[in-house]
Design a binder for this molecule. Sequence first.
Ligand code: ZN
Length: 285
Amino acid sequence: MTISDTHRLEGDGVIYKESPNHGGAFSADLPDTIIIHYTAGASAESAVKTLCDPRMKVSAHLVIGRDGAITQLVPFDTVAWHAGKSSYKGRVGFNKYAIGIEVDNAGRLTKSGDEYVAWFGRAYPEKEVVEAVHRVDSPSIGLNRPNESEPSYWHRYTEKQIALVQEVCVELMDAYEISSILGHEEIAPQRKTDPGPAFPLDTLRERVLYRDRADEGPEKSPPVRHPGMVTASRLNIRSGPMRSAAPIAPPLSQGTMVEIVQESNGWLEVQVQTRGWVKKEYIKT
Ligand SMILES: [Zn+2]
């Protein structure tokens, strides 16, 4: 995958379909931010249709389908209309700063019997659902202060999508002076919940923005991490996968979201702010 001199993504499975919904060229030294979104829709095709409809006045640079197909709608040197009313750390109106990536995902789901239903009526099976508390680390909410306290249901992203978002972000960082990756929910926390807790945004930032300081070389593709949620009221996090291993931090509290790194003999290695081992039976994935 590469980015051409004409600011287009090129590679297998990438198509270009220009949207009429865009502004002018970015100012000098911009874009410097990537905003991650979910489409909250039924398919990548329906999202592309909406984002190319001149009456809708919305767009994004990329739409990433569940099967990994990528559609580019606006060149990367041109302002797209995906952020809306938004602010973060003193900046207002992120369209003029940011590349927008839309990931095909139905968003928050409502449980109905054995099914999980999207706002547009489609039901999804349990294996496509993540149960998680929606939290936003945004200066306008307060760092690490949850804006929801109860878990809810979210459409799972495909591993292909998570891997491709990362791959695209690495390419964008090489081509432009990208210094931050944010969720739409972080720049518009009062009105947006995308990409939501099913998307591993912290892992993406750690792996893409800080990849030079990671142990692995930049060429090595890092593993995809799925989220999990602590179900025990207090869960010890240990230095190894056994009860005799020492706790490495205060216990995790109920509802804490973790990213699962690996599994071993009934234990999961998870990443929170620190990495350690917890009993598997107390993590809902
Ligand atoms: Zn959004």
